[in-house]
Design a protein around this ligand. Structure first.
Ligand code: PHE
Length: 445
C-alpha cells in the first residue's frame, strides 16, 4: 500500500479545518437563528457553547486523529480500543447523512448564483425558491454540486483539499468583510446592528429549553464535530506543533465568520424592511435574495454573496466526503478518484428525497443537529477523556510547549462539565425528537 498522505504545511491543515467549519451553517443558519432566538443573547449562549463545549471536543478529535493517523473508524482500533469503532462508524454514517442534504442546499446556491446574474429571482423570491428548491431542478444541481465536491476530494489531500481551501478560506473572509462594509453603508443598517447585537434576555429566558440544545447543536454542526471530520483531517497532520493553538484558531475564526455573516445579512434585511425573524430552510434564500432584488446594484451584490456562500459550502462538503473516502482508502486497495466517485454517487442517491421535497431535507437536518451529532460528540468525549485518558493528554500537549496543567484542565473539563452539557442537550432535544404530537424522528412520508 502506498504511503498515507499528509498536509504539506501546518497552515494548510488549519485552513482546511477552518474551511470545514465555515460553511452553510455559518451563513445559512447562524444569522437567522441568532435573530430568531433573541439576537445577542443567543450569540452569548452560542459563544459559550463554542468555547466551553466545542473547543474541548475539537481537541479530543484532534488527539484521536493525530495519534492514530487513521480514518475515523480504524483510529479507535489503532489506539487499542476495537469496540469503540462503533463511535467511528456512527460518524461515518453521519457523514453520508449530512452531505446528502447539504449538497442539495449547495445546489440551491449554485442556482441562485446563476439567478443573480440574470435577476431571475428578483421579482418574486418566494415563488422562485418554491420552484427551484424541490424537484428536477434541485436534483440536477444537487448532482452538479456533488460532482464539484468529488472533483476536489479525488485530487487528494495536498493537491486537492489543501490547495483548494488555501484559496477558499481567505476569499471567504475578504469577500464577507467587503459585503459587511457595503451593508454598513445602507440606510437602516443601524437598526439591524441593534437587533443583532443587543441582548434580549426575555426571549432567551422564555425559550431556554429550545435555545440551549440549538446553540450546542449549532456549535457542533458549525465546528464539524461529532462525525469524524476533525479526526480525519487531524489524521493527516505530520508533526504539527500545537493542537491546542490549532483548535483555538479554528473556533475563533469560525465564530468570527458567523458573526461577519450576520453583519452582512441582518443590516441588509433591515435596510430593505424585511423581517429577519423567518425560519426554515428557505430563510436566507427568500429574505436575503428578496433584499438583493430591491438594491441598486442587486445583481452584482447577489453574485458576490452567493459566490461566497458557494465557496463556504464546498470547503465544508469536501470534509464530509473525505471522512468516508479516508476510511475506504485506509482499508481497501482502491484509488482515491474511484472511491470518491463511488461514495459521492451513493451520497447523491441518499440526497434524492431531500432534493425532491424540502420536508425531507428538514428532517435530515433536524436529526443531524439534535441526534446524530450530539450522540457522536458524546461518544468521542467519553472515549478520549475517560477511556483513553492519560495518553490523550500526552498527545494533546505534544509539541505545544504548554504546561501539564492545561492538559489536565482539558481532561477534567471534558470528563465532567462538557459531557454533562452534552447529555443535557440531548435530554432537552429528546422531547421534540421522540415525544409530543409530531415527533421529529418520524420521517415526512
Ligand atoms: N461545519 C459545516 C457548516 O457549518 C458543516 C459540516 C458539518 C461540515 C459536519 C463537516 C462536518 O456548514
Amino acid at each position: 500500500m502506498s504511503e498515507r498522505e499528509t498536509w504539506a504545511t501546518r497552515a494548510g491543515f488549519i485552513l482546511a479545518a477552518v474551511g470545514s467549519a465555515v460553511g452553510l451553517g455559518n451563513i445559512w443558519q447562524f444569522p437567522f437563528k441568532t435573530a430568531q432566538f433573541g439576537g445577542a443573547s443567543f450569540l452569548i449562549v452560542y459563544l459559550i457553547a463554542a468555547l466551553g463545549i466545542g473547543l474541548p471536543t475539537i481537541l479530543a478529535e484532534f488527539v484521536i486523529g493525530r495519534k492514530s493517523n487513521l480514518n475515523t473508524i480504524s483510529a479507535f482500533e489503532k489506539l487499542g480500543y476495537k469496540n469503540w469503532r462503533i463511535v467511528g462508524a456512527l460518524g461515518l454514517f453521519t457523514g453520508f447523512w449530512i452531505l446528502s442534504y447539504y449538497s442539495v442546499v449547495g445546489g440551491w446556491v449554485l442556482r441562485y448564483l446563476g439567478g443573480s446574474v440574470t435577476g431571475a429571482y428578483f421579482g418574486a423570491p418566494a415563488e422562485y425558491f418554491g420552484q427551484i428548491s424541490a424537484g428536477m431542478d434541485a436534483l440536477v444541481l444537487h448532482a452538479v454540486f456533488m460532482a464539484l465536491v468529488i472533483g476536489i476530494v479525488a485530487a487528494g489531500i495536498e493537491d486537492g483539499i489543501e490547495k483548494a481551501t488555501k484559496l477558499m478560506v481567505p476569499s471567504i473572509v475578504v469577500i464577507l468583510g467587503a459585503l459587511a462594509i457595503f451593508a454598513f453603508t445602507l440606510p437602516g443598517a443601524s437598526e439591524g446592528y441593534a437587533y443583532f447585537l443587543s441582548p434580549n434576555f426575555d426571549a432567551l429566558a422564555s425559550n431556554f429549553g429550545e435555545i440551549v440544545p440549538f446553540a450546542v447543536g449549532q456549535a457542533f454542526f458549525s465546528l464539524s464535530l461529532g462525525m469524524g471530520a476533525m479526526i480525519t483531517y487531524a489524521s493527516y497532520i505530520d508533526g504539527d506543533e500545537s493542537l491546542f493553538g490549532d483548535g483555538i484558531t479554528i473556533v475563533f475564526l469560525n465564530s468570527f465568520v458567523g458573526i461577519l455573516a450576520g453583519l452582512v445579512v441582518i443590516p441588509l434585511l433591515f435596510a430593505q424592511g424585511i423581517d429577519p425573524n423567518t425560519s426554515g430552510a428557505g430563510a436566507v434564500f427568500i429574505s436575503v435574495a428578496g433584499a438583493f432584488g430591491s438594491l441598486p446594484a442587486g445583481r452584482i451584490i447577489g453574485v458576490v454573496f452567493f459566490a461566497v456562500v458557494l465557496i463556504a459550502a464546498l470547503s465544508s462538503a469536501i470534509s464530509l466526503l473525505e471522512v468516508v473516502v479516508a476510511w475506504a482508502i485506509d482499508n481497501y486497495d482502491v484509488s482515491r478518484p474511484q472511491v470518491a466517485t463511488l461514495l459521492g454517487g451513493i451520497i447523491f442517491l441518499l440526497g434524492v428525497p431531500s432534493a425532491l421535497d424540502t420536508a425531507w431535507l428538514g428532517w435530515f437536518d433536524t436529526l443531524a443537529y439534535k441526534f446524530f451529532l450530539p450522540v457522536g460528540v458524546l461518544g468521542i468525549l467519553v472515549f478520549a477523556a475517560w477511556v483513553y485518558g492519560a495518553p490523550a493528554i500526552d498527545e494533546l500537549m505534544k509539541g505545544s510547549g504548554l504546561g501539564e496543567g492545561v492538559g489536565l484542565t482539558w481532561l477534567w473539563l471534558a470528563r465532567t462539565l462538557v459531557i454533562v452539557a452534552v447529555v443535557v442537550t440531548l435530554a432537552l432535544g429528546f422531547q421534540t425528537l421522540f415525544l409530543g404530537e409530531n415527533p421529529a424522528i418520524i420521517p415526512p412520508l
